[in-house]
Ligand binder design. Structure first.
Ligand SMILES: Cc1cc2nc3c(=O)[nH]c(=O)nc-3n(C[C@H](O)[C@H](O)[C@H](O)COP(=O)(O)OP(=O)(O)OC[C@H]3O[C@@H](n4cnc5c(N)ncnc54)[C@H](O)[C@@H]3O)c2cc1C
Length: 471
């Protein structure tokens, strides 16, 4: 019976259908986080929208759990499911740039590096994240912060249209003028509403050269460096996006051997406009203490976008990343961050992001993403390579996160960094705040049976059956 169904599905798709006996099965189910080891019953490697429709219909009609894989970077590993159907878009990485309109149409399995490569050819960029192998789809649907957030806001603020395959197998275009409610939900509401097969982004003139400050200060100066960084923030223009990271100097050739492994605080800042102006504006970020290593300078935008790639590699490292919105980074908060971070696994990055500029001027109800008034985002990005330490490091992260919650009035996380989402609907509600109820209503409309639930789930309150009785 199963074999017959597999053959039926195979006949309907142009891409590949993989099951456990196939050679490519193991490589395809692997995700960025080396900790995730789930075995789906079937994987559909889609080559186009029609494949996605066939896969969604098959999963729904056969009551299978459905997981959607874009770039495979979700820390919780929601892009794969045990015994269900994995809809894999990673072969759909096309990018088409319209230089006249300054827009890019991007397929649902593209990575950020794909977009940067094609758009930078024309001196353009779509605001997105800071690691080039991250998936466009998951990042965008969750919000999307990056080096251009100060000037142009989140990725969703630059989203013009989404092509989506819904739970009932329809192909819809959502924008401000078509299915506007659905479009609003896709601006931060995650993978709750269907499979996104394409995105249209507004592009901006950026690069090719760009100025970046990247200065490492000794860990002993962490408190005073972060204090001075905090005081500087209100003076910085929108063009500057900046963050401070508690890190250890990576054990790679680029860094002096004698300093590798040493704990540091690194202040990064990117100026999104003219390089000469950027050099001046970013200079104070390089003078916040006694620089140990100063990597500041001019680089290409695509190089900038790959800065962190070597430190957060695919498959071989183990990750548990969790975030928290912070009301302030007053001295007590800094003390608490520094104290908690002291015992971090050495490869971890403890990031304080300043959420400023264009990002913060978008009203909470304008996009599903929610409140933009919270000025800082703390990311506790625990990273290690020995699976014996999984339990210890997850517990460490959760303790740190729990200890910091007194400094967060919302208790919200950035849902693209949710840990494993252990807190379920409570965490999702806290993060969406007042937008949650509207998201539920839109979920009721487009996915009342919660077909798409492998995500930061917005739980519908009405099912098809109840619905048809009401009609
Ligand atoms: C190394 C690294 C760096 C990061 N840097 C940033 C950053 O700078 N800025 C930032 O904002 N975030 C960042 N993130 C977080 C990132 O946005 C999320 O992990 C996001 O989920 C990644 O998307 P993906 O497509 O790669 O993930 P996947 O694991 O493929 O997907 C994650 C979830 O998104 C949904 N989804 C994926 N594709 C689709 C689709 N086509 N249609 C519908 N739903 C879909 C599904 O619910 C899926 O479970 C980073 C993550 C990592 C691991």
């Amino acid at each position: 019976m199963i074999e017959q169904k597999i053959q039926e599905l195979k006949a309907q798709i142009r891409g590949q259908l993989l099951c456990q006996r196939d050679d490519e099965y193991d490589a395809t189910r692997r995700l960025w986080n080396g900790m995730i080891d789930k075995k789906p019953l079937l994987i559909v490697r889609c080559l186009g929208v029609a494949d996605v429709v066939a896969a969604v219909n098959f999963g729904r009609d056969n009551n299978l759990d459905i997981a959607i894989r874009g770039g495979g970077h979700n820390v919780a590993g929601n892009a794969v499911c045990e015994d269900g159907l994995m809809i894999d878009l990673s072969l759909m990485r096309g990018v088409r740039v319209d230089t006249q309109a300054q827009t890019a149409w991007v397929q649902g399995g593209a990575k950020l590096g794909d977009v940067d490569r094609e758009t930078q050819l024309h001196g353009l960029a779509a605001p997105a994240g800071v690691v080039s192998h991250t998936g466009v789809a998951g990042l965008t649907l969750g919000g999307g912060t990056g080096w251009l957030s100060g000037k142009y806001g989140l990725t969703v603020d630059n989203l013009l249209e989404v092509e989506l395959v819904t739970a009932d197998g329809r192909v819809l275009k959502a924008s401000k003028t078509q299915h506007a409610d659905l479009f609003w939900a896709l601006q931060g509401g995650g993978g709750n509403f269907g499979v996104a097969t394409g995105f249209l982004f507004q592009l901006h003139k950026v690069g090719p050269q760009i100025m970046r400050a990247a200065t490492m200060y000794p860990a002993e100066e962490a408190k005073s460096v972060i204090q001075k960084w905090r005081e500087l923030l209100p003076t910085l223009p929108d063009e500057v996006t900046t963050l401070a990271i508690l890190w250890c100097i990576p054990d790679v050739e680029d860094f002096p051997e004698a300093l590798r492994g040493q704990p540091v605080v690194v202040v990064f800042g990117v100026y999104s406009d003219e390089v000469e102006e950027g050099e001046k504006v970013l200079q104070p970020l390089r003078e916040l203490g006694t620089p140990l290593i100063d990597m500041s300078g001019v680089l290409t935008y695509t190089e900038l976008q790959q800065t962190f790639d070597p430190f957060v590699t695919m498959h071989d490292l183990l990750y548990y990343w969790k975030s928290l919105e912070l009301d302030t980074i007053d001295d007590q908060v800094i003390d608490d961050i520094v104290a908690n971070a002291g015992s971090r696994p050495p490869k971890s990055l403890i990031i304080i992001q300043a959420m400023k500029g264009a990002y913060s001027r978008v009203a909470a109800e304008a996009t599903a993403y929610g409140d933009r008034s919270i000025p800082y985002l703390l990311e506790i990005n625990a990273t290690w390579n020995d699976s014996e330490e999984n339990e210890k490091n997850i517990a460490w992260t959760r303790d740190f996160w729990g200890n910091m919650k007194i400094h967060s009035s919302t208790g919200g996380v950035y849902l693209n960094h949710p840990g494993f989402g252990e807190e379920g609907e409570d965490l999702v509600k806290a993060s969406y705040g007042n937008n949650y109820q509207r998201l539920v209503e839109i979920k009721n409309e487009y996915d009342p049976n919660n077909l798409f639930h492998m995500n930061q789930n917005v739980v519908p309150t009405i099912s098809w059956n109840i619905r048809s009785e009401l009609n």
